[in-house]
Design a protein around this ligand. Structure first.
Ligand code: ATP
Length: 388
């Protein structure tokens, strides 16, 4: 059963459309990473789900119940912000206890001094302390419970914020770039921790990040949003290998996917170097089409007999791989290849090279961005090309 469901959420600020009908469903225990360029509306969507902001239209349901008109406090949603938003004057233990105290103690019972004398509060406070200690133990922050946020490192504050979010067993988790204040090493470590916590909590999680490796490595499914439109929601490998839109393909992958423009003839055939591809989906009316190929599927070797010819412009040695920029003779555009250092040993700047691309790795897109399904129908041999 789907536990968090967003149906056609729209939002404008001062007449500017920020969310254009976003729909998605997160199942029980599912981790969805929401990615997209800065300003695409990720935080706005999260704030609307949390109830901190209101959609112009659309519906949010949790466990099948429409919560769109409920106040944030009544949605049982936990949110972790980039800033952690811990109370600076409270210790870690007191910060973690806040959501429990808000829920279980009455306003009078929470009052300092007076509250201590009201009936029933002693047992509840003991319970809250026990839950705080258990949560702290599971996150290995027991030793920090008496410290205030100013006395903790960024990573420690982040764990306290997670503990505070998890302690009251929410129905949904929302996280807005919770790792962006940590240094690179700690981030990688914290990814594993969040995934493990999420697995134990078993509640649907929407996790906003601008870091594609975080999204691909942590999520069950990745949602790519561009300009307020959710372009694709799919498991990490599928969204990377089989993007439905050129902007999804461009957003995921480092170095970025190569995009080359070419033309389709009246019968739906696209010729690219020695390859002929046939468009299988309804061809677009526009004859110009885009070919996308990821840098790891571009092979370069000395010589000029491959499907395309190019000249190496620049090489970047990155230790475990080499990024090579080569200018294609036929169209004058640059193609980027990501290759193993051993394969780069015979290549040098200025050298004429032959470019090989495995046909099944070429993706075709309309100029409007939609993916066009295509299959290879012919590969000309170097002899045919020499004489053609
Ligand atoms: N309260 C507001 N009033 C007016 N415009 C707003 C408001 N909140 C957000 N916006 C605008 O809405 C757009 C989306 O903002 P949002 O913070 O959701 O983007 P984002 O994808 O989370 O970006 P980032 O990755 O930079 O955090 C931006 O253009 C922003 O300026």
């Amino acid at each position: 059963m789907s536990v968090l469901s967003l149906d056609n959420i729209t939002k404008s600020f001062a007449g500017n459309a920020i969310l254009n009908g976003v729909s998605l469903e997160a199942g029980q225990g599912e981790f969805i990473a929401l990615v997209g360029p800065s300003g695409c509306g990720k935080s706005t969507l999260l704030r609307i789900v949390a109830g901190l902001d209101h959609a112009d239209s659309g519906e949010i349901a949790i466990g099948g119940r429409n919560v769109s008109s409920l106040a944030a406090a009544d949605r049982n949603i936990a949110m972790v912000f980039q800033s952690y938003a811990l109370y600076p004057h409270l210790t870690a233990g007191q910060n973690i206890a806040v959501p429990l105290a808000m829920r279980r103690l009455t306003a009078a019972q929470r009052l300092p001094f007076i509250g201590d004398f009201l009936p029933g509060q002693r047992q509840i406070r003991a319970d809250i302390q026990r839950q705080v200690r258990e949560m702290a133990a599971s996150l290995k922050i027991d030793h920090l419970l008496d410290r205030k946020p100013g006395q903790m490192s960024g990573g420690q504050r982040q764990r306290v914020a997670l503990a505070r979010a998890m302690v009251r067993r929410p129905s949904v988790f929302l996280m807005d770039e919770p790792l962006s204040n940590l240094d690179a090493n700690l981030r990688v470590h914290a990814r594993g921790e969040i995934v493990e916590l999420h697995r134990r909590a078993g509640v649907p999680t929407l996790y906003v990040t601008h870091d594609q490796s975080e999204a691909l490595s942590m999520a069950d499914r990745v949602a790519v949003m561009i300009g307020g439109t959710l372009l694709q929601l799919a498991p990490p490998q599928e969204i990377y290998d089989d993007p439905a839109h050129i902007e999804v393909a461009r957003f995921l992958g480092q170095p970025r996917i190569n995009v080359l423009e070419t033309r389709m003839d009246a019968t739906g055939l696209v010729r690219f170097g020695a390859l002929t591809l046939a468009v299988e989906t309804a061809p677009p009316s526009e004859r110009r089409v885009l070919i996308g190929v990821r840098p790891e599927f571009v092979r370069l070797r000395p010589g000029t007999d491959g499907i395309l010819r190019a000249r190496i412009e620049r090489t970047e040695f990155l230790g475990s791989e080499v990024i090579i920029h080569a200018r294609l003779d036929a169209i004058g555009e640059t193609i980027v290849a990501r290759i193993a250092p051993a394969d780069a040993a015979t290549l040098s700047t200025g050298m004429p090279v032959s470019v090989e691309i495995e046909p099944s790795r070429m993706m075709l897109f309309a100029t409007t961005g939609e993916r066009l399904r295509a299959k290879t129908v012919a590969i000309a041999s170097s002899r045919e090309r020499a004489h053609g």
